[in-house]
Ligand binder design. Structure first.
Ligand code: GDP
Length: 479
């Protein structure tokens, strides 16, 4: 595969003449339309300070997400928020309440449609909410390499307190490095006890602001609307600290949040644009599908001509139906789109074959860790039968680390191994360890299909010994 100077420039979001100059500096006399070979292209990319990423084996490029943007091209963008929490604590009610409040004050006739994400406006500033509550969806997306969420709201019912899925939500958000806002919900209820919630959060190492910590908390009622304005303000406050920015003037990139086949409209791909601006007529790739943008529909059901960063929009025109979590990217032409899609479909086949070959071993995980040279910690999702074991094992594992590699328990909790544990482990390249507990059917199936490493113990000493041995590279491949 070859690439022209102009095309390479486009993908890096650089000017063609700038590339020609660099090439001249390298002793290559080239015009804009000159075709470059792979190695030269790679040198040029590096010369511009970009990291070349081979999306196709035979091709050099910066990934179809394109080059990093120049600081001067960046404009601030709306925060993208996910709502998580224990079942029945009010996630759906909160998302509905925020959406409805927006329609009342919003544009004429604009009843918000359910497209997978929506935006609300607060004193001229926008917030984007992902409409699928829960950490399972969040972590599944992350497992597929999509980090869309800037802020996680963890809803805790004031009359129920911190529950198992609250803990999971916190672990998932922390593993992703996404800041939390605690929404203490159902404050209208008689048994509401927000201080108990704050107290219980301490055990999860979440110290809220009113306890002099750094995690924002807001008392709300999704039912009466109490505190919702405050919640929105806290989101904007947090967003300001994060200094969220994106370049709106480039080929669009985003993530698929929802996709379906609609009788009248064909393939409908709700995309959250992350950078750039998507326009009607653009050629795009979404996961292993591609198409030309036939129409764009916003969260109010209105047709729009374009959509920029942090804006959720329905994209019509994909040839097939991609999956939630797939990346979305506008590419230069149809041939390019086909090429990427062919390659990806091939990759999917390979991956399936690999997963069918069985789960990863602990040994393989360590080898991978060493080779990647990136993560210097061995990560564990730990489930045990009693709290005492969770604590003892966590402490022992964290001590088991050595100078080269640390051992980190991403999530430790009482109970059987669930699918959510597997997704978390998969997204974080972690291993799942069960102490006197087993996975349920879904978890087992999920671990098998993803190839997640999982091991069970009933003696703490054995567990710690294995981890230490694996760290020292002493375990046989059968482990
Ligand atoms: P989810 O499972 O977290 O999405 O929870 P839902 O939003 O479905 O809420 C569960 C139940 O709690 C529903 O019956 C809601 O009406 C109720 N609920 C949610 N928020 C509030 C609230 O602020 N106050 C009261 N009293 N009930 C609420």
């Amino acid at each position: 595969e070859v690439i022209t100077v102009q095309e390479l420039a486009n993908r890096m979001a650089e000017k063609g003449v700038a590339l020609v100059k660099v090439l001249m500096g390298m002793g290559v006399m080239a015009t804009i339309n000159e075709v470059l070979d792979q190695d030269t292209a790679q040198l040029v990319v590096e010369e511009f300070g970009h990291k070349p990423k081979r999306v196709l084996d035979s091709d050099v490029e910066i990934g179809i997400s394109g080059a990093e943007d120049d600081e001067t091209d960046l404009a601030s963008r709306a925060p993208v928020v996910t709502v998580m929490g224990h079942v029945d604590h009010g996630k759906t009610s909160l998302l509905d309440a925020l959406r409805k409040a927006n329609v009342v004050s919003g544009e004429a006739g604009g009843i918000t449609q359910h497209i997978g994400a929506y935006q609300v406006e607060v004193s001229g500033q926008k917030i984007t909410f992902l409409d699928t509550p829960g950490h399972a969806a969040f972590t599944e997306m992350r497992a597929r390499g999509a980090s869309v969420t800037d802020i996680c709201i963890v809803v805790v019912a004031a009359d129920d307190g911190v529950m198992p899925q609250t803990k999971e939500a916190i672990a998932h958000a922390k593993a992703a490095g996404v800041p939390l806002i605690i929404a203490i919900n159902k404050m209208d209820r008689e048994g509401a006890n927000p201080d108990r919630v704050r107290q219980e959060l301490l055990q999860e190492e979440v110290v809220v602001e009113s306890f002099s910590g750094d995690v924002q908390e807001v008392e709300i009622s999704a039912l009466t609307g109490l505190g919702l304005d405050n919640l929105k303000e806290q989101i904007l406050l947090q967003a300001e600290l994060l200094e969220l920015k994106a370049n709106p003037s480039r080929a669009a990139n985003g993530v698929v949040v929802e996709a379906k086949l609609d009788k009248g409209r064909g393939s409908v791909t709700t995309t959250l644009i992350q950078k750039g601006t998507v326009k009607i007529g653009d050629i795009f790739v979404a996961g292993a599908e591609w198409g030309r943008v036939r129409a764009l529909v916003n969260d109010k059901g209105q047709q729009v001509k374009e959509a920029g960063p942090s804006v959720p929009v329905e994209v019509l025109g994909a040839g097939g139906v991609p999956s939630a979590g797939d990346d979305f990217a506008v590419v230069s032409n149809e041939a390019r789109a086909r090429e990427i899609v062919d390659y990806r479909q091939e990759q999917i086949k390979k991956k399936r074959a690999l997963a069918a070959a069985g789960p990863k071993t602990m040994e393989a995980m360590f080898t991978q860790l060493k080779e990647s040279g990136e993560t210097q910690s061995f990560q564990v999702v730990l489930k045990a039968d009693v709290q005492g074991s969770v604590e003892a094992i966590t402490a022992a594992l964290e001590k088991a680390g050595n100078d080269d590699i640390a051992c980190r328990v991403l999530h430790g909790a009482v109970g059987g191994i669930t699918e959510s544990d597997i997704t978390l482990a998969n997204a974080s390249d972690a291993m799942v360890i069960g102490f006197n507990v087993r996975p349920n059917k879904q978890a087992r199936e999920s671990a098998e299909s993803l190839g997640t490493a999982m091991k069970f113990y009933s003696v703490i000493y054995d567990l710690i010994d294995d981890v230490k041995a694996a760290m020292a590279g002493q375990l046989g491949p059968e482990f």
